[in-house]
Design a protein around this ligand. Structure first.
Ligand code: NDP
Ligand code: KPL
Length: 314
């Protein structure tokens, strides 16, 4: 299968490594020529959870080089996977995606948080759009090296225009992912799955970033646990009013994820430590925006949004 992966960060590298190794035709599009050249010349260094390291040959280009080179017409993708962070989903990238998905190529968006699917739907009104959530962990340690930090599942489902591509490409993608050792499934309730992941991220990400602790250490302190509960309760109430239908015990699920990813630094803590933009506006900011529309209070989400933004500014 022919796959374009946009974004050579943690998740993009991790999926590109495994799909390329399994024999899929992958074009990995990085932001810079420098990273793309290093990847193409020296290969992608992929480290498994077991510690086993492999160097994998990949075809990498920068997006601008690829779109300017004419190669665009020579490679006919079956899928485009979007593996950038939320702040990078801007007008320039949307223009690039318009070209990469021309002719009705389905797009799979892997972002945490909310807001991106609406931007993609507006920019690509006729394209088959699929949302994905993943419980995998990946950490980029240098421009051509990635460590798989946790095993998990990628769940994807239709967001818009799935009828325009039909079921076959979805089955092909599932087969390709499974063949590459990527645990994956499809969901008919992807919007609910996105909201469920949002609820987890809305509690773990800002609080681990504010307290500078690993996921497993968050609930260990009684005061942090109290804050977790309060932020969870507020977020869950807002998301239920916004349409979250799941009836499982979300609090127990949250504690389970803290335990299962105990040694992880959340992506937001890593972003704050590295001085990068965080996804707070698309996580707690997204929940606060729902609350505003619904006329509900969102004081704790507003507070953590301000605190994480302030951490970034300092
Ligand atoms: N990493 C993980 O374990 C998980 C991540 N996610 C979600 O997946 C998404 C991606 O995360 P992650 O891979 O960790 O993020 P990273 O920051 O590691 O990677 C994002 C990559 O996108 C690149 N990029 C930015 N803008 C563009 C552009 N216009 N064109 C091409 N590439 C671009 C960046 O390039 P550069 O570095 O040059 O700026 C960077 O390499 C996020 O929404 C995250 O929340 C979800 C679950 C797990
Ligand atoms: C589930 C969690 C919190 C795992 O670290 C995550 O998705 C993230 O760090 O963004």
């Amino acid at each position: 299968m022919n796959i374009i992966i946009v974004g050579a960060g943690a998740l993009g590298l991790s999926y590109a490594a495994r799909l390329s190794r399994a024999g899929e035709e992958v074009v990995l599009l990085a932001r810079t020529d420098k990273q793309a050249e290093a990847l193409s010349a020296e290969g992608l260094l992929y480290k498994e959870t077991t510690g086993e390291e492999t160097t994998i040959e990949v075809f990498a280009r920068s997006v601008s080089d690829y779109l300017g080179s004419g190669r665009e017409g020579a490679f006919s993708p079956d899928w485009v996977m979007l593996a950038v962070k939320q702040p990078s989903v801007d007008d320039g990238l949307l223009d690039d995606l318009r070209r990469l998905t021309a002719g009705g190529v389905p797009l799979l968006a892997l972002q945490n948080g909310i807001g991106h699917m609406e931007l993609l739907s507006e920019a690509l009104p006729d394209s088959p759009l699929f949302a994905a959530i993943t419980t995998e962990g990946a950490l980029r340690t240098d421009p051509r090296a990635v460590i798989r930090t946790g095993t998990g599942r990628l769940t994807f489902g239709s967001w818009a225009n799935a009828d325009k591509c039909g079921a076959e490409p979805q089955k092909m993608l599932l087969r390709a992912l499974s063949g590459a050792g990527i645990d994956a499934d499809m969901s008919k309730e992807i919007k609910d799955q996105v909201l469920l992941k949002l609820l987890l991220n809305a509690v773990i990400n800002p609080l681990t970033a504010i307290f500078q602790v690993k996921n497993g250490d968050l609930p260990r302190d009684p005061y942090r646990l109290m804050l977790m509960r309060a932020l969870h309760e507020e977020s869950e109430g807002i998301l239920r009013a916004a349409g979250l239908a799941s009836t499982e015990d979300h609090w127990e699920r949250l504690l389970g994820v803290c335990a299962a990813t105990a040694q992880n630094e959340s992506s937001m803590l890593r972003d704050v430590r590295a001085g990068r933009d965080t996804e707070i506006k698309w996580i707690n900011g997204g929940i606060a925006a729902y609350a505003k529309r619904l006329g509900m209070p969102s004081r704790l989400n507003d507070a953590v949004l301000a605190l994480v933004e302030a951490l970034g500014a300092s």
